[in-house]
Design a protein around this ligand. Structure first.
Ligand SMILES: N[C@@H](CCC(=O)N[C@@H](CS)C(=O)NCC(=O)O)C(=O)O
Length: 202
């Protein structure tokens, strides 16, 4: 299998952490969808990473679909509950985490454009999603070690990737100060080799 991705994408990091936790071998194909000569549209018409290329070169996207597929590839470290309500709740955590990133990315991209009143309103709207999303995550996590159950799941991986990406790209969003319990949890999760080995570098 090959993973087409950038090293800074939080969605791709989620997939890379899953690959590491499940000890699945893959080739990393570094690609930036924003580059003029990007090859990503050859694999994904939406021109977004990550894309997983199966051994017969079938492209799989997006990150949630990839993660779900990978969890079934190997029985090592199951990261999604088999079925039912538990699976639903873990998938909701993932949707929350990815949604926080979606709103953060919207802010990050808007900042690159000339400043306008409309842009400021847009960013404030996105910022409220980020803040409310993090508040929900902190509240639902409470003092637990994991978002759901007693083992690492995709919920923890997605949330930690979202928070670390915010810290990397939008450091003024000081979720650590606002939610110290979440910060302690993130340090714990971030200490895993799968996170240490996928840390984005500028
Ligand atoms: N929902 C998608 C989001 C993927 C995404 O937005 N990736 C960004 C990189 S962080 C990208 O490739 N953006 C290029 C673009 O939006 O044109 C997923 O979970 O894989």
């Amino acid at each position: 299998m090959k993973l087409v991705a950038s090293r800074t994408s939080p969605y791709a990091r989620k997939v890379r952490v899953v690959l590491a936790e499940k000890r699945i071998e893959f080739d990393f194909v570094e690609e930036n969808a924003w580059n003029a000569d990007t090859t990503v549209p050859q694999f994904n018409p939406l021109n977004k990473v990550p894309v997983l290329l199966l051994d017969d070169d079938t492209p799989i996207f997006d990150s949630r679909v990839i993660v779900e597929f990978l969890d079934g590839v190997s029985p090592v470290s199951r990261l999604l509950p088999e079925s039912g309500r538990e699976r639903l709740i873990v998938k909701r955590w993932e949707a929350l985490a990815d949604g926080i990133v979606d709103a953060g990315v919207a802010i990050f991209l808007e900042r690159k454009r000339p400043k306008t009143a409309e842009g400021d309103t847009w960013m404030a709207r996105q910022r409220s999603k980020v803040d409310a999303g993090i508040a929900m995550a902190a509240r639902d996590l409470g003092g637990k070690d994991f978002c759901h159950g007693v083992n690492l799941t995709v919920a923890d991986i997605a949330l930690a990737c979202a928070l670390f990406w915010l810290e990397f790209r939008l450091p003024e969003i000081d979720w650590r100060a606002q939610h110290p319990g979440l910060a302690a949890w993130a340090d714990q999760i971030g200490g895993r080799p799968s996170f240490a080995d996928t840390k984005p570098a500028i």
